[in-house]
Ligand binder design. Structure first.
Ligand code: ATP
Length: 400
């Protein structure tokens, strides 16, 4: 098994990711503005932030797809600046949309990738079938990828990045655009991967995803890390005094929000549906007075409670903005995503080509030493291993 294996002696020596002061500028914009990150091995770690916060850029830096302007980082003990091949040999990356050949079947795609990785004909078929079984896609394996639903496609994309088991799997918004069922399936896969020892760094805009999956969460906004901890720690740090009220008459929600904001001197958050408001109250007395004021104004309450904030409220309190809404519908959304968002390293990346030389580096780098790594793999599902030829007999941690 390669050095990327989470179980090698080296594996216990250092964190999976150890980054200090990472900065990435695009012109005047600091997409990543001095981020430190330490991710222990085998952990699911979430980078949570709104659109444009710098999540993808941070991941691209750590995956050697973009070069930091400042800062240092080690991934699985390999230095980003001095040993980028070592980094590439330890990671796999799945972007915001899949870059598989639409006209091939799912199985043909995986066999093709496994062959590029150096698997023999029979071993490649076997590995493809193992992954289909692990990702609950066996029934769809002989369908053309263009006929896959968004959820199936996303799972196939993740499977494609696990032909050879990485030390760290980077997942850029793995469930964006998926419906709840498809999302649960992807979560299950991610949990299984982590249980098998793979470190998972995922970006997400969904608080629930971070809450459900990640042992630790870094909240980033405008390129900077503004909080970090377990979901529980983040909630505790925001304060436990949240007043939640539900109005009897939803039409009066604006008046109630205005009153609460003025009384408690804190921004009021509205639930996406219904007449529920949440606001931080510094003391129970302040909360009581605010409730009394609502009632005095004739704003009757159906329900009220004091309690800890949800992760959503934490996010709001930290970033000063509402988190993005949950995706509405899914599979079609995912298709709409394809080709519009910038997949990390996608050849079709519509963004500035500031890193294009690096991308070229990366591709050739991933194919050099073993001569078997697919040159396009880093740009699609980005599974790279420059140091060793994968053995079909290697125990595959992705298996369920
Ligand atoms: P999203 O959730 O929308 O994917 P994000 O948190 O991943 O957002 P990034 O994609 O990292 O955010 O972008 C951070 C900022 O950097 C944005 O303002 C973006 O427009 C800018 N940016 C990212 N890549 C480039 C590039 N190659 N050239 C110029 N600007 C870029």
């Amino acid at each position: 098994m390669r050095d990327a294996s989470p179980e090698t002696p080296q594996a216990t020596a250092s964190p999976a990711i150890d980054a200090h002061g990472l900065v990435k500028r695009y012109g005047a914009l600091e997409a990543v503005a001095g981020i430190d990150l330490e991710v222990p091995r085998g952990m699911i770690y979430a980078i949570l932030g709104p659109n444009g916060a710098g999540k993808t850029t941070l991941m691209r830096l750590l995956a050697t797809l973009a070069r930091p302007d400042e800062g240092t980082a080690q991934v699985m003990g390999h230095d980003l600046a001095t040993d980028p091949d070592g980094v590439r040999g330890s990671i796999a990356m799945t972007g915001q949309f899949a870059s598989l050949d639409e006209d091939l079947t799912g199985r043909e795609n995986l066999i093709f990738l496994a062959r590029l990785w150096g698997f023999g004909r029979q071993a490649a078929r076997q590995r493809a079938d193992e992954l289909f079984a692990a990702f609950e896609l066996t029934e769809a394996r002989n369908r053309q990828v263009k006929d896959y639903s968004g959820g199936m496609r996303r799972r196939l994309d993740i499977a494609a990045s696990l032909i050879v088991t990485p030390g760290v799997l980077f997942l850029d918004e793995p469930t964006t655009g998926l419906d709840p069922t498809a999302r649960l399936r992807v979560w299950k896969m991610i949990r299984q991967l982590a249980q098998s020892g793979v470190t998972v760094l995922l970006t997400t805009q969904y608080l629930e995803e971070a809450d459900q999956l990640a042992e630790r969460i870094a909240v980033i906004d405008r390129g900077a890390k503004i909080a970090e901890g377990t979901s529980r720690e983040l909630k505790a740090a925001t304060g436990s005094g949240f007043l939640h009220v539900t109005l009897s008459d939803p039409k009066r929600i604006d008046a109630a929000a205005e009153l609460l904001e003025a009384r408690l001197d804190s921004p009021v958050q509205r639930a996406p549906e219904g007449a529920r408001l949440s606001v931080m109250a510094k003391t129970p007395e302040a909360a009581n007075a605010a409730i009394a004021a609502l009632v005095a104004e004739g704003l009757a309450l159906e329900d009220f409670a004091m309690g800890s904030p949800s992760l959503e409220e934490v996010f709001f309190a930290l970033t000063g903005g509402a988190p993005s809404a949950e995706p509405e519908d899914a599979e079609s959304d995912a298709a709409a995503h394809t080709g519009t968002d910038g997949d990390a390293g996608s050849a079709g990346d519509a963004r500035s080509d500031a890193d294009s030389d690096l991308r070229t580096d990366t591709r050739s780098g991933s194919g050099t030493s073993s001569g078997s790594a697919p040159s396009s793999n880093l740009t699609s599902s980005a599974n790279v291993d420059a140091d060793t030829t994968p053995s079909p007999d290697s125990p595959q941690k992705a298996r369920t």
